[in-house]
Design a binder for this molecule. Structure first.
Ligand code: GRG
Length: 312
C-alpha cells in the first residue's frame, strides 16, 4: 500500500489540520469529561486514548478526530465564533465516542483503536453506562452553550441521533437477510443505511456550529448535506478497509469483515446486489462461497480475490 503523504510543510496537510483542530478542542473536552462520575469518566478517557485501564496515563492514541475537525472548520466557515465551533466539536465527539462504545457491544467487536474495546476492558454493563453518560453530557454541552441557539442545536443533534438509530437498526437487520435472491440487501438500501449510520453524525458535525452560531438556515442545511455525503463515502472506505486494510492501521485482522460475514459495501457490490444490477459469473461464484461459510479461512481468501476480480 502507498505510504500516507506527510503533512505539507506549510501546515496545511490534512494530518496537521486534524491535529490543530484536536488541540483546540481538547481543553473543553477534558473539562466536560471531568464533570462525569469518575468511573464512566475513566472509561471515556480510556476510549479516547488518554489513559490505560485503571486511569494510568497512556501514550495519546484515540481516533482520527475527523468529526471534531469538521465541526471546528465548518463553524468557522459559517462565521461562528471559535468557542461555538469548539462546543459543537465537544458535543459531537462525545456522541461519537458513545456510539463506538455501544456499537462494539452490539457487534461483539473485541478491539477498537488498536486496543481492547471498552466492554472487553471494563465489562458490558459499565461500558453501556459510560456510553449513556457521554450521551447525556453531549446534550448538556449544547444546552449550556452561551447564546440563544442552544435549543436549535439540541434539535439538530437529536435529529441526527434518530437517524443513527435508524441506520444501526437497518445494519443489524441486514445480518438476518439472505446473501442473494429475494430479500437480499440491495445497494440502495446499503447507501441509505450508511447515510443514517455514519452520514448523520458527520452531517451534524458540519452543521452544528452554524446552528449554534445562528447562521442562516440555508447555510447550516448545505453544510449538513455535505457532511452526510461525506459520511456515505467514509462508510464505503471504512468497509473496504474492513476487508483489505492494513491490520497495523485498522487494528483488525485482514479480511475480518468477510470472516464475520458482514454485508458491507464491497461484498454487496460484488454480489451485484443493485435491484436491477448485473450478476456476473464472479458474483455467482462469490455467492456460492459466501453461502458455503464466510467464516472458513479458505472461503474468505477466495472470496476476497473474487471481489477484487469483480472490480469491487
Ligand atoms: C444514537 C441513541 C443512539 C444510539 C446509537 C450504536 C449506534 C446507535 C449506532 C452506531 C453508529 C456507528 C458506530 C457507526 C459507525 C461509524 C464509523 C465508520 C465509525 C468509525 O469512525 P472513525 O474511523 O473512528 O472516524 P475514529 O476511531 O477515527 O474516531
Amino acid at each position: 500500500a502507498a505510504e500516507r503523504p506527510a503533512a505539507a510543510p506549510d501546515g496545511t496537510g490534512a494530518a496537521e489540520i486534524l491535529r490543530r483542530c484536536r488541540e483546540s478542542v481538547r481543553p473543553a473536552l477534558t473539562a466536560a469529561i471531568g464533570r462525569l462520575h469518575p468511573w464512566p469518566g475513566e472509561m471515556a478517557s480510556y476510549s479516547l486514548g488518554w489513559c490505560e485501564v485503571g486511569g494510568a496515563p497512556s501514550v495519546d492514541g484515540g481516533g482520527k478526530g475527523l468529526r471534531e475537525a469538521l465541526a471546528v472548520l465548518c463553524a468557522r466557515a459559517a462565521g461562528a465564533r471559535e468557542r461555538t465551533g469548539v462546543a459543537s466539536a465537544v458535543a459531537v465527539e462525545l456522541i461519537h465516542t458513545f456510539t463506538l462504545l455501544h456499537d462494539d457491544i452490539m457487534d461483539g467487536d473485541h478491539t477498537r483503536r488498536r486496543r481492547p474495546a471498552v466492554w472487553k476492558a471494563y465489562g458490558t454493563g459499565p461500558a453501556v453506562l459510560a456510553g449513556d453518560a457521554l450521551f447525556a453530557l453531549a446534550v448538556e454541552t449544547l444546552a449550556d452553550a452561551p447564546g440563544p441557539h442552544g435549543p436549535a442545536a439540541v434539535r439538530c443533534l437529536s435529529a441526527a441521533l434518530n437517524d443513527l438509530v435508524r441506520g444501526q437498526a437497518d445494519d443489524l437487520l441486514f445480518a438476518t437477510r439472505p446473501w442473494t435472491g429475494p430479500g437480499a440487501v440491495a445497494l440502495d438500501e446499503y447507501r441509505a443505511m450508511a447515510e443514517h449510520k455514519t452520514g448523520a453524525l458527520l452531517g451534524c458535525a458540519a452543521a452544528l456550529g452554524a446552528v449554534l452560531g445562528g447562521a442562516p438556515r440555508e447555510v447550516s442545511d448545505a453544510l449538513g448535506r455535505a457532511g452526510r455525503h461525506l459520511g456515505i463515502a467514509f462508510q464505503a472506505v471504512d468497509d473496504l478497509l474492513g476487508i483489505w486494510g492494513d491490520p497495523a492501521v485498522t487494528g483488525k485482522p485482514v479480511h475480518s469483515d468477510l470472516r464475520s460475514g458482514k454485508k458491507t459495501f464491497p461484498v454487496l457490490a460484488a454480489l451485484g446486489a443493485a435491484p436491477s444490477g448485473p450478476r456476473g459469473p464472479a458474483a455467482g461464484r462469490l455467492a456460492a462461497l459466501l453461502d458455503a461459510g464466510p467464516s472458513e479461512d479458505c472461503a474468505v481468501r477466495r472470496a476476497a480475490s473474487l471481489i477484487e476480480e469483480a472490480g469491487g
